[in-house]
Design a binder for this molecule. Structure first.
Ligand SMILES: Cc1cc2nc3c(=O)[nH]c(=O)nc-3n(C[C@H](O)[C@H](O)[C@H](O)COP(=O)(O)OP(=O)(O)OC[C@H]3O[C@@H](n4cnc5c(N)ncnc54)[C@H](O)[C@@H]3O)c2cc1C
Length: 331
C-alpha cells in the first residue's frame, strides 16, 4: 500500500503554493475522478490538497447577461441555478444528463473540466497507453474501440473526451479563470482542451499547481434558445456515444445566429465551426442542417468498431436543429 498524506487548504494562495511545489501533490475537489483513479493505481499522488473549503462555489448572474460559475460549484447546483437555466439552458441540460444524482452532488465544475478519459486501456493501469505512459503505445487502436473518438485523433491516442458540460461550454466560448503562483490567468476554452497529437499525456495548457477558480459564460442572447441532446447506450448514468450542444436564432426563416458543438466523437469537445459557417445566413431547412452535418463529419476517421459514429452524429445534429426550429422564427 502506498501512503498518501492529506492537507485541507484554507486559502487559495496556500493551495496553489503547496501543489506547485511538488509534482506528486494533486488538488482534491469532489474526488469522483481523483479517488477512483487513485484506487486503481492510475493516478499516484503522494499528497492530496483538499480545496473544498475555498470560497469558490458561488454562481453569479452577471449584469450584462453572462454567468460566472465558481470552480467548486457542484454540477447539481449549477444545473438548478435560475440564471443558468434561463440564460444557458444547454448548460443545465448537459449537467442533468451527466453521471448520476449522487455524483452530480459531489462533482465540481473545476474537476469536471479536468476529468480523465474513460478509455478502458487508460483506466486499467496496465495496457499500453501513451496518455498514461508516454511512448508505450495505444492499445485502443487495435483493441475495443466502440466508444472511441473519430475526430481529432492521432496515431498515438483515440480516447474520447468524456465531459458533457464541456461540450456546451465550448459552444458558448466560455473562459476558464485560474490562479497560479504568479497571479491570475484567463484561458479561452478554444485552446483549453488539447488534441492528443504526439503528446497525448498533455490534455490542457495548465501548469502543475494552476488552480481553476471560475468558469465564465459570456453574454449570448441566442443561448436562451438552446439544447443539449445526448445519445447513449442506456437512458441514464452513461457517457455519450454522441451529443450535440446547439443554440440558434432564426429570423424570417433565415438563420441569424448559431452555435454548435459535438460530444462523444472527438478527442476534445468538438466545436462544429464548419457547420456553423454553412448555416449562418442560410434558410433553416432540414436539407441545410443535413448538409452542414455532413460537412462537419467529413474528416471523421473511424475504426471497425466505431464506424457507426459519424452517421449517428449527423442524425443527432440534424435532430437537435430540427427540434429547436420546429416552431418557426426564434430571436
Ligand atoms: C460513474 C461515473 C459516471 C460519470 N458520468 C459522467 C457523465 O455522464 N458525464 C460527465 O460529464 N461526467 C461524468 N462523470 C465524471 C464526473 O463528472 C467527474 O468525475 C467530475 O466532474 C469530477 O469533478 P470532481 O470535483 O469530483 O473532481 P476531482 O475528482 O476532485 O478532480 C478531478 C481532477 O481535477 C483536478 N482538480 C479538481 N478541481 C480542480 C481545480 N479547481 N483546479 C485545478 N485542478 C482541479 C484534480 O486534481 C483531479 O486531477 C462520471 C463519473 C463517474 C465516477
Amino acid at each position: 500500500m502506498r501512503p498518501i498524506s492529506y492537507l485541507r487548504a484554507e486559502d487559495i494562495d496556500g493551495a496553489v503554493r503547496t501543489v506547485t511545489a511538488d509534482p506528486d501533490t494533486h488538488f482534491l475537489a469532489g474526488g469522483t475522478t481523483e479517488v477512483d483513479l487513485l484506487r486503481q493505481g492510475v493516478l499516484t499522488p503522494r499528497r492530496l490538497v483538499d480545496i473544498n473549503r475555498l470560497q469558490l462555489a458561488g454562481i453569479e448572474a452577471l449584469p450584462e447577461g453572462g454567468v460566472r460559475i465558481g470552480a467548486l460549484a457542484r454540477m447539481s447546483d449549477v444545473a438548478a441555478d435560475p440564471a443558468v437555466r434561463e440564460r444557458f439552458p444547454l448548460v443545465s441540460r448537459a449537467l442533468v444528463l451527466g453521471a448520476s444524482a449522487q455524483l452530480r452532488h459531489m462533482a465540481s465544475m473545476g474537476g469536471n473540466m479536468l476529468q480523465k478519459v474513460r478509455c478502458g486501456y487508460y483506466r486499467d493501469g496496465e495496457s499500453a497507453c501513451n496518455k498514461r505512459r508516454p511512448g508505450s503505445g495505444c492499445a485502443a487502436l487495435g483493441g475495443i474501440s466502440r466508444t472511441h473518438a473519430v475526430l481529432g485523433t492521432s496515431e498515438h491516442c483515440i480516447a474520447t473526451h468524456p465531459s458533457d458540460v464541456a461540450v456546451a461550454l465550448v459552444a458558448l466560448d466560455a473562459r476558464i479563470h485560474t490562479r497560479t503562483s504568479g497571479g491570475e490567468r484567463v484561458h479561452d476554452i478554444d485552446g483549453f482542451f488539447l488534441e492528443p497529437g504526439d503528446t497525448p499525456d498533455r490534455e490542457h495548457p495548465l501548469e502543475h499547481g494552476e488552480l481553476i477558480t471560475a468558469i465564465e459564460l459570456p453574454p449570448l442572447p441566442l443561448a436562451r434558445h438552446s439544447s443539449y441532446l445526448k445519445v447513449r447506450d442506456r437512458e441514464s448514468y452513461e457517457f455519450a456515444l454522441v451529443s450535440v450542444a446547439a443554440a440558434i436564432s432564426v429570423e424570417s426563416g433565415v438563420i441569424s445566429g448559431v452555435r454548435l458543438a459535438l460530444g462523444g466523437i472527438g478527442t476534445r469537445p468538438w466545436r462544429a465551426r464548419r457547420a456553423e459557417e454553412l448555416l449562418l445566413g442560410a434558410p433553416a431547412t432540414p436539407e441545410n442542417f443535413a448538409r452542414a452535418a455532413r460537412e462537419e463529419l467529413s474528416a471523421a476517421r473511424t475504426t471497425a468498431m466505431n464506424a457507426f459514429k459519424p452517421e449517428l452524429a449527423r442524425r443527432t445534429l440534424v435532430r437537435a436543429l430540427e427540434t429547436l426550429t420546429r416552431d418557426g422564427d426564434r430571436r
